[in-house]
Ligand binder design. Structure first.
Ligand SMILES: [Zn+2]
Length: 209
């Protein structure tokens, strides 16, 4: 390889790297909640930061949190304060639900969206691709309640493995959830402990019978 080719190659690699970095920084990740406890209150320290990442106003997210967490609370400077000691993962789950419902474009998956009211409908308009969808929170909640089969992190459930995923993990269905359970076989009835829930996905491990 002569020097010219080498430099061309180097340039291409650098270009690739640059694009990859650009992609990485553009990929949206849901902020992690930063929670501390003071007495009998829960403090979400990065409330303001979450708001600016999501580009939503404080009232909207705060009302959502209070309703979904079933508590009282208020904005306090750049933080939010909730009554009671609320587990951080519960707040994180609700934040993820909020982002899915009120922030992410379903067409392109980007968070550059705006909530707009039209007549009595709440719409989500995407600045990136122009897609518009209606925000349907009530419907989702009713559906979830009908099944009455909600999962909670840390709890144990008995499930039947009905499928094996591509990576070899067992898959069970529970209400609206798809649960991934490593080290199981198809057809097995197992007791599993839920480790993590993300939207309709849950990750669990078998517990000793
Ligand atoms: Zn979009």
């Amino acid at each position: 390889m002569d020097i010219y080719d080498y430099q061309k190659l180097l340039k291409r690699v650098q270009e690739d790297e640059r694009l990859k970095r650009l992609e990485d920084t553009e990929r949206f990740t849901i902020p992690k909640v930063d929670v501390i406890y003071e007495g009998r209150t829960t403090i979400l320290r990065n409330f303001e930061k979450i708001l600016s990442t999501l580009n939503r106003d404080a009232d909207h997210l705060l009302k959502f949190f209070l309703r979904e967490l079933g508590t009282a609370g208020e904005k306090d400077g750049s933080r939010a304060i909730f009554q009671g000691r609320i587990p951080a993962h519960q707040i994180q789950n609700k934040l993820e639900e909020y982002v899915e419902t009120f922030v992410l474009c379903q067409e392109c998956g980007r968070p550059d969206t705006q909530l707009i009211k039209k007549d009595r409908l709440l719409l989500l308009r995407c600045d990136a691709c122009g897609a518009v969808r209606s925000v349907t929170t009530r419907k989702k909640k009713v559906l979830a309640r009908v099944g009455e089969e909600s999962l909670e992190e840390g709890k144990v459930y008995e499930v039947t493995i009905t499928d094996i995923g591509r990576k070899g993990d067992g898959i069970a269905r529970y209400g609206k959830y798809t649960i991934y359970v490593p080290n199981t076989v198809k057809g097995a009835k197992v007791k599993v402990k839920i480790e993590k829930i993300s939207g309709n996905l849950a990750f669990a491990r078998c517990v000793e019978q």
